[in-house]
Design a binder for this molecule. Structure first.
Ligand SMILES: NC(=O)C1=CN([C@@H]2O[C@H](COP(=O)(O)OP(=O)(O)OC[C@H]3O[C@@H](n4cnc5c(N)ncnc54)[C@H](O)[C@@H]3O)[C@@H](O)[C@H]2O)C=CC1
Ligand SMILES: O=C(CO)COP(=O)(O)O
Length: 311
């Protein structure tokens, strides 16, 4: 068995999440090299001899970074761990699908869960999920990040785990609007629950398992993000309810709110595939400036009455 000090982990993306993941692995004794496009280390030097490559790049940079990584030699044993929560606007692919397509013979692991980075940086207790079709790769990622303050579960449904983290960002924008308009606890519960129904509906289209969405990376992350002012996506909705424009909000937001772009991709896909996503549609119209927060609420409340489920 290799000692952890001999395992080198390259972390790509030194934003809020990349830095948090680096600290977790360093605390466990791993050799960690952190790369950012504005940092002093080259990508080549960071990738040299890395057994595990973790990507915490925001979605807009993933395809570019993947193609840069492709130009360097890597051992066939190198495992990729992706922690990005977004969708590629051009292909509607998830980040793990992009990594897997570029590196078809490598194991790819998705890391996703209710993980607000500021809480993790304070060593508050949290749990997450590492998912891969290759169980040993997920187990290796589990060892890298597990600690008495960070409980890591394995899971065999990578696309389900990844989509849970990605799709909840759109519902978190709606939750921010709900709180910003002071619509109450009943409204919030209804929104989050119907949001989960919407997530499952489109997630199933992608081939994700329904049960995965009831776990940490689905319901867990939905609850965390829809209830915390630390969430950037929640902040987008909350501040829009307060009358700010999207441009004003994004100009002052610390880091990335992936839900804004994810929403656009989802609306297109839902239209193409005839999938009903009323909350996502209203979030999209709000972000586009087509409706006010109050009009979006009315549109949702005045939809045709119907059964809760089509059993
Ligand atoms: N902050 C959080 O609490 C969590 C964030 N995430 C996800 O992790 C991802 C990153 O989030 P944060 O670290 O918070 O964002 P951030 O905005 O703090 O950092 C983004 C990182 O991506 C890099 N990047 C962006 N475009 C790039 C490009 N074209 N080429 C190279 N690098 C590029 C930036 O330089 C930066 O290092 C997002 O998908 C987010 O949804 C996941 C879990 C928790
Ligand atoms: O994904 C997250 C928590 O799990 C972070 O949420 P935000 O990107 O909305 O800040």
């Amino acid at each position: 068995m290799i000692a952890v000090q001999e395992i080198t982990i390259a972390i790509l993306g030194a934003g809020a999440w990349g830095a948090s993941l680096a600290n977790l692995a360093i605390a466990n004794g791993y050799t960690v090299r952190l790369w950012s496009r504005r940092g002093s280390e080259t990508l080549k030097a960071v990738l040299q001899d890395a057994q595990i490559v973790v990507s915490a790049i925001s979605m807009k940079g993933v395809r570019d970074v993947v193609s840069q990584v492709q130009s360097f030699p890597l051992s066939p044993e190198t495992i990729f761990v992706t922690a990005t929560k977004g969708l590629d606007p051009q292909t509607t692919r998830t980040p793990s699908q992009i990594w897997q397509t570029a590196f078809p013979s490598h194991a790819v692991v998705v890391l996703s869960g209710p993980n607000l980075s500021q809480e993790i940086q304070q060593s508050l207790p949290a749990a997450t999920v590492v998912a891969s079709s290759i169980a040993t790769a997920a187990e290796q990622a589990q060892l890298v990040f597990s600690s008495p303050r960070f409980r890591v579960y394995t899971n065999p449904d990578p696309v389900g785990v990844e989509l849970g983290g990605t799709l909840k960002n759109v519902i978190a924008i709606a939750a921010g609007v709900c709180d910003g308009l002071q619509l109450g606890t009943n409204a919030k519960a209804a929104l989050v629950t119907r949001g989960l129904t919407e997530i499952i509906r489109i997630g199933n289209f992608w081939g994700a398992k329904t049960e995965t969405f009831y776990g940490l990376s689905g319901l867990g992350d939905l609850l965390a993000t829809c209830n915390s002012p630390l969430s950037r996506n929640y902040q987008v909705g909350y501040q829009m309810a307060g009358g700010k424009t999207l441009t004003e909000i994004l100009a002052n937001l610390p880091g990335t709110a992936e839900g804004v772009n994810t929403c656009e991709v989802l609306v297109q896909l839902a239209k193409q595939q005839n999938i009903t996503m009323p909350i996502t549609e209203q979030v999209y119209r709000l972000l586009q400036g087509e409706v006010t927060p109050r009009q979006a609420l009315d549109e949702l409340m005045l939809r045709d009455i119907k059964p809760e489920y089509n059993y």
